[in-house]
Structures are given as C-alpha cells and as structure tokens.
Write a protein that binds this ligand. Structure first.
Ligand SMILES: [Zn+2]
Ligand SMILES: [Zn+2]
Length: 360
C-alpha cells in the first residue's frame, strides 16, 4: 500500500549498506531489509492532542511559488481525537503521510477559497484518508462553489477508486465511502462570521476575509476546551478577521512582504520576463504584509502569531530576517515564522502553549 511504500523510503545510507550487502550476498541484504522495514513500520503515530487538548499542525507553509522546504498551504487541527484539515496545498498530503498522521480519523476538510494552491491535493487527501480506513464520504466544507470543485475531483478520481475496490476488495476499500461530500458554508451578507459546526465540544466558525477578486474567501476559527486557533486563509489586512480572532490563542496568518516582491518584479522586468513581472505586480493586494498581520494579531490580542503562506520564498535566514523587518518592533513577543511540521499544542482551560516539530 501507499503508506507502506512511503514508510520504506529509507535514508540513503541504509540503501547504500543494503545495496552493498545485497550485491555481495543477496540473502544478507534481504535480512537487513526485513529488519529495517520492521523497525520503520512499527514506529508510533505522532502524539497530536490529548483528550482535552487542541493542536495545530502546519502541513504546508508555502505559497504557489515553488519552494523545496515548504509544501503548499495546509494545516491540521486536532481537537481531542477529532482531526480537521484546512486546505490541501501541493505536497501537504505527502507530509501528513511521512509524519504518520492517522488520516482514517479525518472528520472533515475546510477549504478557505478555490485558488489552486489551496485545493491542489484535495483528491489525494480524500484518497489517502479512505485507504487509511475512513468509513464514510469525506465531508468538505467551503464557500459557495465548493459543490462544483468537489464534483470535479470525485469525477476525476472515479476510475482510480473503482480500480482499487476491485483490486483490494470492498471489505477493505468500500466504494460507498470513497468520494467527497461538499457542504456549502454561507455567511449572511450582513455578518462577518458564521458558525459552521458545533459538536462534541468543538466549535468551528467561518470568517469572511478580503482576497479580492476571490469572493467569498474564508478563514476559520476553532474553539475547544476554552482554547482557540484561527487560520486566516488568504487575506489582505482585515479588521473583520481581527474581530473574529479576538482573544484567540494562536493566529496562523498568511503574509507577503511587498518590498521583497517589488524587488522580484524589478529583477523580472530587467530580465525581460514581463509575464512573471506582471504577476508580481498584481499579488501584493492579495495578502497582508507581515506588519499588517502583526497589527491584526495585536488588535485581536492573540497569544501567538504564526506566519504561513510566505511570499516570496525564504531560502535562508537572511531572507527570513528581511521578511520580518519591523515585525519585532510592532510585536516584540508571541510571533514566529511557521515551518512544515510545526506542532502547537494547547492543553484545555489553560494558557500553556507547547511547541514541537514533527520529523518525517
Ligand atoms: Zn488565494
Ligand atoms: Zn494562496
């Protein structure tokens, strides 16, 4: 199966040793391979959240720009044993599999908007959670238009899921559970927010954000056991988000550094790449700057601001420092640059923030 093949993606050194041994004595190579496979496949699943905890795992902190260190935008919320994914950017599902997140427990997916970087791996997320044991269609919540997106993915994967049921049997991979079910989330025109779901102590609220011409575009707030996490989605600076994030523990916010993007635009213009230069000229209006996001976090009084969806790419610490220029002055504490694998755990009814990073 796919999880197994991923888990067998050993480091180069193991392959080198096995390769040399197998070349010299095939039986020794196979013995070593079996030992390593047993060790790798018996690894524990990651501890995401306890019964009374909520946690956010950053599955992809990149943007549409290609970045070898960051998958496309995606985050996972664990509220007790309930798992929710917000957006499914490119390579984010591979991260979830490498970290051995139990995708069979996935309760639902929340789509912020339909830019391709946020929906690229919806099909894979659905497929992998089905393979991992999900027993009903995957619920996918999103703004009006989600029905069309989900119908398209279901159609695109119809051949694949039929093959897999035929191959592995309906007891393992039941066809009735294979697809996704679209659930349209509407926020009344006069409201800035709307409650999407309230069950088992988890409250999920959609937040209208500014990402013109994408309308509507949403962020989401998750409340559980007196703790709260807000995912901004893609947005320019938005006071409605500040209001909806009031008192949240963690705000995961997109950000674009306009000075750095302008420098890219100038460089592209000088190298006569005018198509890419035009795109660089257009995108600053889409996203908050790091300073905007810091200001929103301060207004909302959130405990921790985590940057995600960083534009442009930040290949080294010098670029990271440039990206954050001025942020420390505006917000001296409670701010960090997100990275893939970052896990922030919030024990219920407390003020504790526990942070760690999952490794593949
Ligand atoms: Zn977008
Ligand atoms: Zn985006």
């Amino acid at each position: 199966m796919w999880n197994v093949s991923l888990a067998l993606g050993f480091g180069g050194i193991c392959f080198l040793v096995i390769g040399i041994m197998a070349w010299r004595r095939p039986s020794t190579g196979l013995y070593l391979f079996k030992r390593i496979a047993r060790h790798r496949l018996s690894r524990q699943r990651p501890y995401l959240a306890g019964e009374n905890e909520i946690a956010v795992l950053l599955c992809g902190t990149g943007s549409p720009l290609p970045d070898p260190k960051r998958a496309g935008p995606s985050a996972l919320i664990a509220a007790g044993d309930k798992l929710f994914v917000i957006d499914a950017g490119s390579a984010s599902v591979r991260n979830l599999l490498l970290w051995r997140v139990p995708l069979g427990q996935l309760e639902g997916v929340f789509v912020t908007h339909f830019h391709s970087d946020h929906i690229a791996e919806l099909g894979e997320l659905n497929l992998q959670s089905w393979v991992a044991g999900r027993s009903a269609p995957l619920k996918v919540y999103g703004p009006p238009g989600i029905e069309r997106v989900i119908a398209g993915f279901n159609q695109a994967y119809a051949h694949d899921t039929a093959y897999r049921t035929l191959h592995h049997g309906a007891d393992l991979l039941a066809l009735h559970a294979a697809g996704m079910e679209a659930i349209t989330v509407t926020i009344p025109p006069d409201n800035g927010t709307g409650v999407v779901l309230e069950a088992d102590g988890v409250k999920i609220t959609a937040i209208r954000v500014k990402h013109d011409p994408v309308k509507p575009a949403y962020g989401y707030r998750f409340d559980f056991r007196g703790r709260s996490i807000v995912i901004s989605g893609d947005t320019a600076a938005d006071q409605n988000l500040a209001t909806a994030a009031k008192g949240a523990d963690v705000l995961v916010h997109d950000a674009l550094n306009p000075q750095m993007v302008k420098a890219l635009e100038d460089a592209l213009t000088m190298s006569a790449n005018l198509r890419a230069a035009k795109i660089m000229q257009d995108i600053p209006g889409y996203h908050a700057s790091p300073l905007d996001a810091a200001s929103i976090a301060n207004t909302a009084g959130v405990r921790l601001l985590v940057f995600t969806h960083m534009v442009p790419m930040l290949p080294n610490q010098a670029a990271e420092r440039m990206f954050l220029n001025g942020v420390r002055a505006a917000r001296p504490h409670g701010v960090e640059l997100g990275h893939d694998g970052r896990l922030i755990r919030l024990p219920g009814n407390s003020t504790v923030l526990q942070t760690t990073t999952l490794q593949g």
